[in-house]
Every structure is written in C-alpha cells, then in structure tokens.
Design a protein. Structure first.
Length: 589
C-alpha cells in the first residue's frame, strides 16, 4: 500500500493515502526508499519520522508501508557489532558503499550468509514453550549464544538437528497445539517499543561491582537496578560510563552513544578491542554491542537508538545473562523527542519538552530489572540501566534531570568544582545517593561481614562533618579547632584523596576489587581510631599527622593487585607502632 508526501519539515514527513496503515509501522519514503516510522495517524494522513536526511525530498514522492512495526533482528552475530540507531551494521555498510554512507541503503542487521555451529540441546518429542532453549552457538570466546523458542510460541518438537547453519536456515520444526508445523530458525524479530516478556521480577539483591570505589562502597547499584549520571560539561560523565562498561561484572554490555560527540564513540571503538576483561582475559569487545548515533547523525534515529539498545539487552537477559545498558546520554535523546514534538506542533511542556517526557523516560528505565526468564527452566537474568544526563549549565532543576531522579534509584551527581580540582570520579558525595543500600546490606554482611557497611557509614559521617567544619574554618581558621576536629578534617581529606579519588587511566588504580576497597577504607578508619585514642592520652595532633605510615596510606592504592594484602598488613602494623610511641610520649608529658 502506498501514499503521497504532502509536506516535508526536516525529519518529519506528512503523507496522505495511507488509510490502512497503523501507528508505529515502518515505511519507505521517496525514490531513495528512506526508512521512517509512523508517529501519528489522522484519517488517511500519517505523520512520519524519517531516520535519514530528507534533503531533496518533496511533495508527491511515494510512501510505501511495510505493514510491520520498527523491529530489530536478534540472533548470533550481534556481539562485537557496531550499529547505528536503527540497527544497521555500520561496518557492513562501509564495505558495501564506502565511508560516505548513502541514504536508503539496506543491509541486514546480522549476516544472513555466515554459518554458525549449532549444537542442539532439545530433543525430538520435547514439549517446549516460548523462551525454552533449543541449542547453543559459541558466538565469541566469552559468549555462548542460546537459541530460544520465540516468545508466545509453544508445541512439540518434531525435528531438530545439530550442524552448521546460517541464521535463516531451519534448525528445528515445531508442531503447535493447533496442529501447524512451524519452522524455527536462529533469527528472531522483535518490535523495539515493546518490552520482551518475563515470568517474574525480583527485588535487586546483588551489587554490580564496577571497580570504582566511590560507586561500589558509597553509592552501590544493584544488578537489575537503574542509575543516572548527571553532570555539567567536562565533569567526566563519559569516562565514568566507559569505566562502567569496561569493568562491571556483567556478561554483556550494550553501549549506546546517543547524540554525544563522535570522538567519544571513537575512543570506545579504539580502546575496547585492546582492553582485557579482568574476568575472562579476552578482549572487552567479545562481550560488547555498540550502538553509535552520534551528534552528527540523524536526530530521529537518536530517539530509536535507546529502544534498539534495550531490546537487544532484553534478548540477552532472556538467555539468563547479566546485561548492562549504558546510554550516553538521555538528555540528547530527550532533545530529539523535543525536536520531533515541535515539528508535530504538539503542545509543549516545561522548557519546550513534550508533556510525555517523564513517561517516555520511565518506559526506558522500567525495562531494567532482575527477572525470572520465560521458559520451563528456572533461568534468572538481569538488565541494569545506566543513563548519563547532560543538564544545560549543570542545572539539575531542568526537566530531564528531575524526571530521571523520580525514576532511578541511584544518583551519581557529578560536580564541576571537583572536576576543576582534578578529583575524579567527580561524584559529589554530599548530593549523590543510592536507594539500594538496604536491599544490598544482607549481601555485603554475608560476604564481607557487618564491618563493611559500618565503615561505609562512618566514612560518610566523617565527610558530612567535614562539610560543616569547613564553614567554621572559613570564619576562624583551622588552628582554632579542637584537636579532635582537626583530626576529622585530616581523615576526611584521606577518605577523599586516598580512597574516593581514582585514576581511570592507570592499570592498578583503574579497577579496585571489593576486597581491596574494604581493606583500604579499614586502614584509613583504623588511623582515625588510633589517633583519637592517642589524642585522649595527650598526644600532639601535628605529630600524628607526620608519621611515615600516614604517607604510605596515601600510596596504598597504587600497590600492585597481587601484593596489596601483605603491604596493607605491613602498613597497619607500622601505623599502630608509630602512633603508640607518640601516645606514650604525650602521656609522659
């Protein structure tokens, strides 16, 4: 069925003669067959957002509907892939048309020719339902791709065979309950705006270890949780997200470069293949899917890229994997929504954003979670969503930040004043929060003992005391404070500089395990306790600050990973001895 273009306004095209089309249908526009999606229908007039440059398109051009909603292809071959916002493989397009990508180019998302070694695990005669595993394909050295029965299908397997197949060849035949014989392939299609089904959602109860001390210890995120990283320009949002993508203990990472600068995406493309995953020893790209829809690419495709990414993530979650979706950034996505809303002449909401901004953000973040996957076996998978927010001028009162804060449970607020002091990650410990602390406490208590959360609370208390003492220091000076308050300021400085500050660009300090974080914080708080006891015995506070072990604590985070348990024990012993000597001298005086 086809219609005619009557109006072109940037990425918005209005066409008539599409009475039988449906909302969300994918259409092909004009002689170049530009790909678009129907946003609204009024009689036989459709408003279409086109995912490619529309220059040269004019009234009278033909619009053909495909009759299917915007969908992604799911199957072996996605890992290590680099896609644009509507899941077109950029590398394959470059091979086909060169570096200057032409409009209307059609390339399948996963290769339909490449053969994969399929090993059947289901047998003839098995009764299966949607989500049951038919067999496996070793997609990369790290990822075992599980071929599943498509959701909403059930029946009995009448034929299945192992061997070498491409994704469109039949690997099994399913006899449905109404007697139809349905061929099953390794390829599934799923509409991006519809969440994939699951059996049950669980409360998140295991933390996501990112190797970043301020995140893991102070403001942890759970597997299956949601987090936002808001911050002004230059405060390190992208580096924080790169660190999460590199070191998080998840099986699959989906990185969505949504409307940010192209050179940041280039950093990911260059860096990830060379980096070794600390868990598997293989290249990080062996478990990563990249979606690149940078600031110079079509605006409308930006809006689709977030849904494309989270649908791919849900597919891997259904296999029972822990998946992380990193979106950089949801502000640029919201700006794309605002632009399309303006062209549709909808009533604007706050700051020109559409009235449905908050509900669209919620639709994205609510697809995260720790779930029991569909299927007869008890598989559990998790999908963790982390979105960067780029508020103009760092103003967190703007609509995207406020709507995001109402939805997510972890808020890592980046601070430009910390970034200017070269304190990275520039996460402000006074304005950030994590609502997962209570649900994760049993896990921390079981694995590290109750001291871990007690130390975390004590460190936060010291940092908050420092903030109130700084106001007094500005009035009367540091020397007017009591020895105990001077010690609080010194220990707070140690927590900030020796524990929270971290260098993303060194191998040793770039990733810090939970055990190492726990021991490092324990040493700093042990110094605090020993010094307070010594001050009680009359020891001069200045001498306590000058002990040699104090300097060693500052360098403790740079100790190689294999040596730190022994070095930390050594520092603890030296510190106890040196403080004891000063306390004894103070007592004699």
């Amino acid at each position: 069925m086809s219609g005619k273009v009557v109006k072109v306004s940037g990425p918005l095209v209005v066409a008539t003669g599409l009475a039988d089309a449906n909302m969300s249908d994918v259409v092909r526009v004009g002689p170049q067959r530009l790909i678009g999606e129907i946003l609204t229908m009024k009689g036989d007039t459709a408003s279409i957002q086109v995912y490619e440059e529309t220059s040269g398109l004019g009234p009278g051009a033909v619009v053909e509907t495909t009759g299917a909603p915007m969908s992604v292809e799911l199957g072996p071959g996605m890992i290590e892939g680099i896609y644009d916002g509507i899941q077109r493989p950029l590398e394959k397009i470059v091979e086909k048309v060169g570096a200057c990508i032409t409009r209307g180019v059609e390339v399948p998302a996963v290769s339909h020719e490449k053969k994969w070694e399929f090993t059947a695990t289901a047998k003839v005669g098995d009764k299966v339902t949607g989500g049951d595993i038919l067999g496996t394909v070793p997609e990369t050295a790290v990822v075992l791709h599980k071929i599943m029965v498509p959701p909403k299908m059930s029946g009995t397997i009448t034929d299945i065979k192992s061997g070498s197949f491409n994704v469109t060849e039949t690997i099994a035949t399913l006899k449905t309950d109404d007697g139809r014989e349905v061929p099953l392939t390794m390829l599934q299609k799923w509409p991006v705006r519809v969440g994939r089904p699951y059996t049950k959602k669980y409360p998140p109860e295991r933390p996501l270890c990112s190797g970043q001390r301020i995140i893991d210890t102070m403001f942890p995120i759970a597997k299956g949780g949601t987090a936002a990283v808001p911050g002004p320009f230059g405060s390190g949002k992208t580096v924080v997200q790169h660190q999460l993508a590199k070191w998080s203990d998840v099986d699959i990472v989906i990185y969505i470069g949504c409307g940010e600068r192209g050179n940041e995406m280039t950093d990911v493309l260059r860096e990830f293949p060379e980096l070794k995953d600390p868990r598997t020893g293989e290249s990080l790209m062996k478990r990563t899917v990249l979606i690149a829809n940078t600031s110079d690419m079509p605006v409308a495709a930006r809006e689709a890229s977030v849904y494309t990414g989270i649908t791919i993530a849900e597919y891997f979650r259904d296999m029972g994997y822990d998946v992380a979706v990193i979106a950089d950034s949801t502000s640029r996505w919201a700006e794309a929504l605002r632009e399309m809303s303006g062209r549709l002449e909808e009533m604007p909401g706050e700051e020109g954003y559409p009235a449905y901004l908050a509900s669209r953000l919620a639709q994205f973040y609510e697809r995260a979670g720790s779930v029991e996957c569909i299927g007869s076996d008890d598989r559990r998978g998790s999908l963790t969503a982390v979105g960067a927010v780029s508020p103009p001028g760092g103003d967190l009162s703007e609509p995207v930040s406020q709507a995001t804060m109402r939805i997510v449970k972890v808020f890592w607020a980046l601070d430009s004043s910390l970034a200017y002091k070269r304190h990275f990650p520039a996460i402000n410990w006074l304005t950030s929060y994590s609502l997962y602390l209570d649900t994760l406490k049993p896990w921390f208590d079981e694995n590290f003992g109750p001291e871990f959360m007690q130390n975390r609370s004590q460190a936060m208390s010291i940092l908050q005391n420092e903030a109130s003492l700084n106001e007094i220091v500005q009035l009367v000076g540091k020397d007017a404070l009591s020895p105990a308050d001077q010690l609080t300021l010194e220990v707070a400085r140690m927590v900030r500089e020796d524990f929270l500050q971290q260098n993303a660009f060194t191998d040793i300090d770039g990733y810090s395990s939970y055990d190492r974080q726990e021991k490092l914080l324990a040493i700093i708080l042990s110094y605090d306790k020993l010094c307070r006891d010594a001050i009680g015995q009359g020891a001069p506070v200045t001498k306590l600050f000058e002990i040699p072990a104090r300097e060693k604590i500052g360098r403790a985070k740079s100790v190689p990973a294999d040596d730190y348990p022994q070095v930390y024990r050594q520092i603890q012993a030296e510190m106890e001895q040196q403080i004891e000597e000063i306390a004894a001298q103070g007592g004699e005086q």
